[in-house]
Ligand binder design. Sequence first.
Ligand code: DOR
Length: 449
Amino acid sequence: MDKKWIKDARIINEGHTFEGSVLIAGDRIEAVYEGTVPEGVDTSSYEVYDARGKWLIPGCIDDQVHFREPGLTHKADIASESRAAVAGGVTSFMDMPNTKPQTTTLEALEWKFQRAAETSRANYSFFFGGTNDNLEEIKHLDPTRVPGLKLFLGSSTGNMLVDRKESLEHIFGECGLLIAVHAEKEEIIRRNIERFTKEYGEDLDISFHSRIRSEEACYASSSEAVELATRLGARLHLLHLSTARETNLLDNTLPLQEKKITGEVCVHHLWFHDGDYARLGNRIKWNPAIKQLADREALRKAVNDNRIDIVATDHAPHLLSEKEGSCLKAASGGPLIQHSLPLMLEMARSGIFTYEKVVEKMAHAPATLFRIDRRGYIRPGYFADLVLIDPQRTWTVAPENILSKCGWSPFEGCTFHHAVDTTFVNGEIAYRDGQVNDQLRGRELRFGN
Ligand code: DOR
């Protein structure tokens, strides 16, 4: 069996930071030692990775990505974006259903599993898309294979709006799966578009985006989802929260294992605010929109006080050419997965989060929330999904070091003070010294433990 010894790393895991070593045997973590490996442990057959001066964390798990395959592969595909993932220290991802065809049938879901088995460099799973009329199909899903159901309660890329009241009641009451929602109230968005176009014409610039997809639109939809889930006993996960007000819908008195309603924030909502639109324009156009500085501050606070449970990306590549034009026309979304961990570490460096909190929200909590089988922690017996970080390597995001197929990033020109040095996926090197291991394939995630 292939054996590896990650020696003398600074290990950040489960709220503790200590110097130590990790032994890997095959695809699993065999042992974790604080300090030196005890005498009597025979390490002669282990390949040594000298990790002095480096940090070791569990691989990040991103529960919200759009890898665009099938059907939209001119901008991204599972191979290209999983390469960007492992280069960014993300070892597992859960992909969203707004592809072409949409992942709203068992057949489409099976196609994605097969494609990922052939091409993904990271571990993978796929959300199933709920529609106004596919409850029967939903009932046939294997809950150990999917993280849950994705519902678009506001329309976004891909036109997957679920808006029929009785469909929602049935889904929330009967599906038995975790329900992850994109919550923006369609009627409010439409009303705002009408109002602003009447007053200012069709050619609205990006500064209108957060006024159209407003706080009111987010809160109305999120609170409605919370009401439905509470009344009908569903497990609800609020994706990509973007407003201060929505953080009040979340609780921090229960441990994550016991929460039935959980929340997520994405890195762009923790980093940008509406003052950045003038500089970055449509490059930072997302749904939900980037809101005000006060919203960003409240989201950061809710991460720190555990009302928000996980940090993800909503990695959603589009070509720059698709992001041109007025705010009504330009595509929403952008590539993030390669930079989410360095960005969060940058925020930790400036004291916004602790490093332990970053690891908790990007690795431990997604594993716990989705009940992923043996991942997300550095523990003996768990899969060896690990990331070595070089805290001394400063680098600047530029087109030549971007791996996403679309070839641009909202962080171009940003300098990060931590770099992903090596990424291990199931005990194998997936990325090292700037090179992705294109021979390696990730595995399907399993749920329910
Ligand atoms: O900005 C976004 N882009 N938000 C979403 O919810 C979807 C995503 C996409 O698929 O482009």
